[in-house]
Write a protein that binds this ligand. Structure first.
Ligand SMILES: [Zn+2]
Length: 330
């Protein structure tokens, strides 16, 4: 059997199966235990990707049991010394390719933007950044690397844009449709900017389980492509929760989403925005987010959610990452 066939059969196939099993477990646990808090969910939904990547590298079997089935399969996997250099190389190349595509799209988009954002928009971002600084303890988790994000650049844009978006590159830039600035009230402007700043917050590379780290992990793992849409949904909901936590205005926030949706419905989506995070996302995601926001009285995680989150991680570590813990302990 060729090396490539051996990799496909004994590394890739088990990686897809392991990721799917972990995904099914997390999905069922989140639903049954009623974990609705955005950041906790995002952290849980990243676990199947981590598991799948470790199986792809030949570091873990699909499951520790039944040993007779998964043990021999794992024994035939290409070892980590063989897979890791190729994994790092392909991940590096893919991330570099994505970076160039994103940078090109960003240049095209910003070429039509006004570097001078309207004063109302600048004042709104001032208020939002103040709110982030004043409420940092509400949003910062237990990750010691997390902190208030740096103030992103701000541009008003005159081209067709369905709503505000954040464009990542060397420095994140929030682009805002110029026409929409006039149509939104101050609280609505604050709410939409708070959502975009939340994306910047979640993408801090040093942050635990940041969307950027998850993206890097999924670049060369086909399982990442399978769950990309779901992870994107979870990131949007986590950003909604962070924005509401920071501004403490859940109903205003939901009103803002509906209003931006109505205002943006007539505009065609700008093709340059393929690599941007837009406030509205896609249709089904939009209604799901409104429901997510209004289904709970408080966006901060309840004690029950924290306990349930911890319990799910204990099961994940014991069942899906068991071999890894044993390797560290022994
Ligand atoms: Zn968003």
């Amino acid at each position: 059997m060729s090396v490539l066939a051996q990799f496909a059969l004994n590394n890739l196939l088990p990686a897809l199966l392991a990721g799917s099993l972990a995904w099914a477990f997390v999905h069922a646990a989140v639903r049954v235990l009623g974990i609705r808090h955005g950041r906790l969910r995002l952290c849980l939904y990243a676990a199947p990707l981590l598991k799948s990547t470790l199986v792809l590298l030949g570091l873990l079997p699909v499951l520790p049991w039944p040993r007779e089935i998964f043990g021999p399969w794992w024994a035939q996997a290409l070892p980590v010394e063989t897979v890791l250099p190729w994994f790092i190389l392909s991940t590096g190349l893919l991330i570099l390719g994505q970076w160039f595509a994103r940078d090109r799209a960003r240049r095209r988009l910003l070429a039509g933007s006004n570097s001078q954002a309207p004063p109302r928009l600048v004042q709104s971002l001032d208020r939002v950044m103040d709110a982030y600084r004043n409420n940092v303890e509400r949003i910062v988790g237990r990750c010691r690397f997390d902190g208030v994000p740096a103030r992103p650049n701000l541009r008003a844009i005159h081209r067709d844009l369905r709503g505000p978006a954040v464009v990542f590159g060397e420095e994140p830039v929030i682009v805002f449709p110029a026409a929409m600035v006039e149509s939104l009230s101050d609280p609505e402007l604050d709410a939409s900017l708070a959502h975009e700043v939340a994306h910047v917050y979640l993408r801090q590379p040093a942050s635990c389980f940041s969307a950027e780290n998850v993206r890097a992990m999924s670049a060369a793992n086909p399982f990442g492509a399978l769950i990309a849409a779901q992870l994107h949904r979870e990131e949007e909901k986590a950003c909604d929760d962070i924005a509401v936590d920071v501004l403490s205005n859940r109903d205003d926030y939901a009103d803002m989403l509906i209003r931006v949706y109505r205002l943006g419905r007539s505009s065609a989506a700008n093709p340059s925005l393929r690599y941007a995070h837009q406030l509205l996302g896609t249709g089904p995601m939009f209604s799901e987010r409104i429901e997510h926001l209004l289904a709970r009285d408080d966006t901060s995680a309840s004690s029950w959610e924290r306990v349930a989150f911890g319990a799910v991680w204990i099961v994940l570590l014991a069942v899906f990452f068991a071999g890894l813990i044993a390797a560290f302990v022994l």
